[in-house]
Design a binder for this molecule. Sequence first.
Ligand code: GLN
Length: 288
Amino acid sequence: MDLANFSDFEMVTVREALADATRRLTFASDTPRLDAELLLARAMDTTREALLLNRMDAEAPLAFELLLDRRTRGEPVAYITGTRAFWTIELKVGPGVLIPRPDSETLIEAAVAHFAEQPPGTVLDLGTGPGTLLLAALAQWPDARGLGIDASEVALAYARENADALGLAGRARFQAGDWAKDLHGQFDLILCNPPYVERGADLPRDVADWEPHQALFAAADGLREIRRIAPDLPRLLAPGGLACIEIGAGQAEAASALFEARGFAVAPHRDLGGHVRCLALTLCDSAP
Ligand code: GLN
């Protein structure tokens, strides 16, 4: 080795690597510093918290470069790290499944408020993806059991793996289906994050280019799947139960009307950005 170039091989600390990566990710991401922290934690096989608390002066591994490179080309952080935190759980994700979003926690919050006195015994998750809402609910209520439905076998494989990894497989069942078609029985809590993005909407590139369109888009007004789901909900919701449906910003009025036409009372719940994100449905005639 030429000693004159020795400084090229100087160790780069975590602190320095994070600062440099944050600059490089500015154009690829709205959250460059957070992305850098999550990717470096992954490269060092540790958590973001442990990285920031204890490892700032450690050496950053070369493998970080590869992960960073994928992110600068638009791949979502969760596909690179293979995992995403949601509510109180951590879910494995990858290409072919919708990445859990904090907005969807609005549905769980609405359910927690409704079931404050008595927990739900049975939960149905329509369009479960990697098991997101069902597994969050089963983690929340240790005596509940549930069923997750999805049209995608890739999603169902992730969901089953996540249930196993979280120790929830004994209380969770997953099956392929076209929403609630052919489903029988009644559930105390029904959760559903359907595709609701309007066709042609201007989504961020890391969403539009990477995540499954089947889980995102629903015709010109974004309501096609909600229209298909609504007619089955009254017979599937147990008396005193709650159905929490995720909707897009600006869809509250049109979507509420669809559910009211099926005999539901509709309560809106806002996400942290102030948009109505969840419609909480109760059966009008279930009051004593
Ligand atoms: N909230 C998601 C997004 O904006 C959409 C998810 C969905 O359609 N269910 O990317």
